[in-house]
Write a protein that binds this ligand. Structure first.
Ligand code: UD1
Ligand code: UDP
Length: 386
C-alpha cells in the first residue's frame, strides 16, 4: 500500500509544543505514513528548544526569523519558502496548527499547490478580528482553506458550524497540549538553575508571569508591570518568576519596569520541560499566553489572563481562569484578592481540564488514516469529564 505522505508545518514555540506529539504519533505507523516536518523557524531559539526536547529533526528548515520581523516579512518568507518545499516534497496532506502567521501561510501554500490541509486546534474564536491580533483572522482564514478541522472542544466545533464548515469535516479530538503536558510533568523534577531552586523552595508565594501578545506591546504591558511592582510593595512574602519572551519589544519594557528589583526573577524563556514543571510549583499565573491558559488549569493553578478577550472560554466557565485585562488597578486588585482571600484562591485553584485527555494526537492520526482508506478504525471523539 502506498504510504500517506503527511507534512507537518510549524514555526513558533507553541505550535511546536502542540505539534510534536502529532509528529511522534505519525512515527508509530511506519507502514502507512511517511512523515515530513517542515519548520519555517518564525521563532529560532524558542522553536529549537522544543524540537530538541521531543527529539525531532526537521526535514526542511526555512530559517526565516529576523529581529523585528513584521507580519509582512513573516508571511512573505513563509509563503515563498513553503511553496518551494511543497513543490519538491509533494505531500498528500499538510498539517498546520493553531493561529500563527506560519499557520496561515502554510495553509495558503498548500491550497495553492492543491494539497489537502488539516488544521489542528481549529475553531477557537473570540469573534473580534483585532483580538487576538492577527491570530483570530489567521485561524479563521485557515479554517476556510482546510479540509480536516481538528477541534479541541465542542465549543470550537460549534464555532466552526456557525461558519458553515461542512460538519463531516470537523472532529473533536481534545487539545494536543495536554498530550505534551502529560509527557512532560515529572513530580520529582529537579531545576538546574540554582536561583530558581532557591526561590521555589522558599516560603514566598510565587507568581509566574509571561507576556508577549502584539496588542499588549507598549502601554498595556507597562501598566501590568507597574501593577506588579505595587503588588511586591504591598505583599512582603511574594516573589515573581518571569521567563521573558525573546521579542526585544517585550524585553525593553520588562527591563525598564521590573529590572533590578528584589523578588523579581527575570529569566530567559525556559525549555518546555522545566517550564511546565515550574507551572506545577507556583501559586498564581498571570499571562497573556494562549497555551498557558490551557495548561495551568490542568495543573490546578489559578490564571489571571492579561487580555480583554479569550478564544478559550472553557476554563473561564469552570472558574479556574479569569480575564482581567491589562489595567493597572485591575491587575493590582485581582492579584491582591488571590493573595489575601484563601477561600477564593481555593475555589479558583480547583483543577479542571476541559481541553484534553492526552489522546488528541492519536485521534488526529487515526482519523487521517481512516479517511484516506487505510485499515484503521476511526476513534471516538473526545468528551471532557465534567
Ligand atoms: C508569535 C505568533 C503568536 C504566538 C507567539 C508565541 C504571529 C503573528 N505571532 O508571536 O501568535 O502566540 O509567536 O510566542 O504568528 N524572537 C527571537 N527568538 C525566538 C523567538 C522570537 O529572537 O526564538 C524575537 C525576534 O526578534 C522576532 C520577535 O521575537 O522578530 C517576534 O517574533 P514573532 O514570531 O514575529 O512574534 P511573536 O510575538 O513571538
Ligand atoms: N512556555 C515554555 N517556556 C517559557 C514560557 C512558555 O516552554 O518560558 C510554553 C508554555 O508551557 C506553553 C507555550 O510555551 O506551552 C506557550 O507559548 P506562548 O505563550 O509563547 O504562545 P501562545 O500559546 O500564546 O501562542
Amino acid at each position: 500500500m502506498k504510504k500517506l505522505k503527511i507534512m507537518a508545518v510549524f514555526g513558533t514555540r507553541p505550535e511546536a509544543i502542540k505539534m510534536c506529539p502529532v509528529v511522534l504519533e505519525m512515527q508509530k505507523y511506519p507502514d502507512f505514513i511517511e512523515p515530513v516536518v517542515a519548520v519555517t523557524a518564525q521563532h529560532r531559539e524558542m522553536l529549537d528548544q522544543v524540537l530538541q526536547l521531543f527529539g525531532i529533526v526537521p526535514d526542511y528548515d526555512l530559517n526565516i526569523m529576523t529581529s523585528g520581523q513584521t507580519l509582512y516579512d513573516v508571511t512573505r518568507r513563509a509563503l515563498e519558502g513553503l511553496g518551494e518545499v511543497l513543490a519538491e516534497s509533494r505531500p498528500d496532506i499538510v498539517l498546520v496548527h493553531g493561529d500563527t502567521t506560519t499557520t496561515f501561510a502554510g495553509a495558503l501554500a498548500a491550497f495553492y499547490a492543491q494539497i489537502k490541509v488539516a488544521h489542528v486546534e481549529a475553531g477557537l474564536r473570540t469573534g473580534d478580528k483585532y483580538s487576538p491580533f492577527p491570530e483570530e483572522m489567521n485561524r479563521k482564514l485557515t479554517a476556510s482553506l482546510a479540509d480536516f478541522h481538528f477541534a479541541p472542544t465542542l465549543t470550537s466545533r460549534n464555532n466552526l458550524l456557525k461558519e458553515n464548515i461542512e460538519p463531516g469535516s470537523i472532529f473533536v479530538t481534545g487539545n494536543t497540549v495536554i498530550d505534551a503536558l502529560i509527557k512532560t510533568i515529572t513530580p520529582s523534577w529537579q531545576f538546574e538553575d540554582a536561583a530558581l531552586r532557591e526561590v521555589i523552595s522558599s516560603n514566598d508565594r510565587l507568581i509566574l508571569v509571561t507576556t508577549h501578545r502584539r496588542e499588549n506591546l507598549g502601554a498595556p504591558m507597562r501598566h501590568v508591570y507597574q501593577a506588579l511592582r505595587e503588588v511586591l510593595a504591598a505583599y512582603g512574602n511574594v516573589s515573581i518568576i518571569f521567563p521573558v519572551h525573546k521579542n526585544p519589544k517585550v524585553r525593553e519594557i520588562v527591563e525598564q519596569e521590573l529590572g533590578r528589583l528584589d523578588r523579581v526573577h527575570l529569566i530567559e524563556p525556559l525549555d518546555y520541560q522545566p517550564f511546565a514543571n515550574l507551572m506545577a510549583k507556583v501559586d498564581i499565573v498571570l499571562t497573556d499566553s494562549g497555551g498557558i491558559q490551557e495548561e495551568a488549569p490542568a495543573l490546578g493553578k489559578p490564571v489571571l489572563v492579561l487580555r480583554d478577550t479569550t478564544e478559550r472560554p472553557e476554563a473561564v466557565a469552570a472558574g479556574t481562569v479569569k480575564l482581567i485585562g491589562t489595567g493597572y488597578e485591575d491587575v493590582l486588585r485581582e492579584t491582591g484578592r488571590l493573595l489575601e482571600d484563601d477561600a477564593y484562591y481555593r475555589r479558583m485553584a480547583d483543577a479542571c481540564n476541559p481541553y484534553g485527555d492526552g489522546r488528541a494526537a492519536e485521534r488526529i492520526i487515526k482519523i487521517l488514516l481512516a479517511a484516506s482508506g487505510y485499515p484503521i478504525i476511526a476513534p471516538k471523539e473526545f468528551a471532557p469529564v465534567i
